[in-house]
Design a binder for this molecule. Structure first.
Ligand code: PHE
Length: 463
């Protein structure tokens, strides 16, 4: 077997996997979902998903990867269940689709660094025009994809791990500084209250589906990203504790991102919180307005810091999204890594063009599809988001745990998990994981998958 490379240490793996998890999902997605989906009630449901259902999926993915030392498709073949590699293929498809639109949003964020540095806060009101200017934002997207490809082409320890070790600590320092700053503003408390005091009357079926999709997306689960990263993990590393740390880091950064953003909104709305329902535009429209009201050099510094932070977070995630198809091509088609990287990155960039032009430039992709029972059309980027995040990822997660428990079998999974985790066998964690992986997660995820598809695409609301 060709030398596939690997992480240099357990810490290297944790940093890279946490880097994959922490991304636009935490800093862009989480706050806007909270704003849209009922504030703290959403946060509570989200936390339940992360710890009770997603953590077991994460452990399973890493174990499958490490056991087989293969990519998301090859792993199933290697275990002797070729038919099941369809789950891996679906994962690779999800990865390609997610990266195609994720990179568009990362490109917007990248361009905002220059706007903020130049003190152009008026961009907030012109966001619609900004994203219609597809040649400019397309160039930013191209630069972002090229940076991602460059990192991945340097290999696992020399590229992916190194970037994460540099970017993640910087990100944490930047985000904490911004939290401290935003808490000193007037009316920050109103923001905290909205964010942290749950009102469960806000809890609807769609809040639950969104929380599930968000949890999977944010933890990079359900598409084999962690099977792939797991394949580079050392045999003596502790998967149980690594996965716990990755989950905590991801949830922690999402929560901290909320602590940064909601006080800012409290400040801007004089405590009324009326602007919070703005959805995806939250960080591109509302935040620059806030930076503008801070004004001057300070506003530019805060704004620039924010978008640099966002791009760092996004980069360690795009790197992991690209690594999934790249590892597949390298392992299964014996193509050299550097070649595979540029080939796959180019294809994905092209796949992203409909998402790029579907925000007002192209009428066709802007009003791409009307879901059954919906009163207005959905644009291509949002459609990809619904398809990949809210449906394919939970479905992938459901099938992966079902496979591990009932096809590959629990005792084999347990065997792999106990490598590097001496106290695992017989522990409470083992009992819980067995229950969750065999019964709880497949059932809950399976049922919610069906409900989500019915509700999102067909307008049939069961809960
Ligand atoms: N977890 C990343 C984020 O929150 C996105 C991602 C999803 C990365 C799936 C890899 C796999 O932005």
């Amino acid at each position: 077997m060709a030398n596939r490379g690997g992480f240099s240490s357990k810490l290297g793996f944790i940093m890279a996997a946490a880097g994959s998890a922490v991304g636009l999902g935490n800093i862009w997605g989480f706050p806007y979902e909270v704003g849209q989906g009922g504030g703290a009630a959403f946060v509570v449901v989200y936390l339940i998903f992360c710890f009770i259902l997603c953590y077991p999926v994460m452990v399973t993915e890493i174990a499958i990867g490490r056991k087989t030392q293969k990519n998301a498709v090859g792993a199933f073949n290697d275990l002797g269940y070729k038919k099941w590699n369809i789950v891996g293929k679906m994962g690779i498809l999800s990865g390609v689709l997610i990266l195609s639109f994720y990179n568009v949003i990362a490109g917007w964020a990248f361009g905002y660094i220059f706007e903020m540095a130049a003190g152009n806060f008026g961009i907030a009101e012109q966001f619609g025009d900004y994203i219609v200017d597809i040649f400019t934002v397309g160039a930013y997207g191209l630069a972002f994809m090229a940076t991602t490809a460059f990192v991945v082409s340097r290999g696992v320890s020399g590229g992916i791990e190194k970037a994460a070790k540099l970017l993640m600590p910087t990100l944490i320092i930047m985000i904490l500084s911004l939290v401290i700053y935003s808490l000193t503003l007037e009316n920050s408390f109103a923001g905290l209250q909205f964010y942290l005091v749950p009102d469960f009357s806000e809890l609807t079926g769609s809040v639950i589906y969104n929380a599930m999709g968000q949890a999977f997306f944010s933890l990079s689960l359900g598409m084999g990203a962690l099977i792939t990263y797991g394949s580079y993990v050392g045999k003596n590393d502790n998967i149980i504790s690594s996965a716990a740390f990755i989950t905590l880091a991801d949830v922690g950064i999402a929560l901290i991102a909320g602590l940064m953003i909601f006080p800012l909104i409290g400040f801007m709305t004089d405590g009324t919180m009326t602007e919070v329902g703005r959805g995806p535009g939250l960080i591109f429209v509302t935040l620059p307005q806030i930076f503008g009201s801070i004004g001057g050099t300070l506003g530019a510094i805060v704004g620039t810091t924010f978008f640099v932070l966002l791009c760092f977070a996004a980069l360690t995630s795009t790197v992991s999204l690209l690594e999934v198809p790249v590892a597949y091509v390298v392992d299964e088609m014996s193509i050299r890594r550097s070649r595979a990287v540029w080939l796959v990155a180019t294809l994905i960039f092209i796949t992203g063009i409909p998402s790029l032009v579907g925000n007002g430039y192209s009428e066709f992709f802007t009003n791409f599809i009307v879901y059954v029972g919906a009163d207005k059309a959905t644009d291509f980027l949002s459609f990809m988001n619904h398809l990949a995040n809210d449906t394919l990822l939970p479905l992938g997660g459901c099938l992966i745990v079902f496979f591990a428990a009932h096809v590959w079998k629990k005792h084999n999974l347990d065997e792999e998990l106990s490598n590097g985790a001496p106290g695992y066998k017989g522990s409470f964690v083992q009992k819980y994981l067995n229950f969750a992986i065999s019964y709880l997660a497949p059932t809950v995820l399976g049922v919610l998958f069906v409900f989500t598809v019915l509700s999102t695409f067909f307008g049939i609301k069961i809960i």
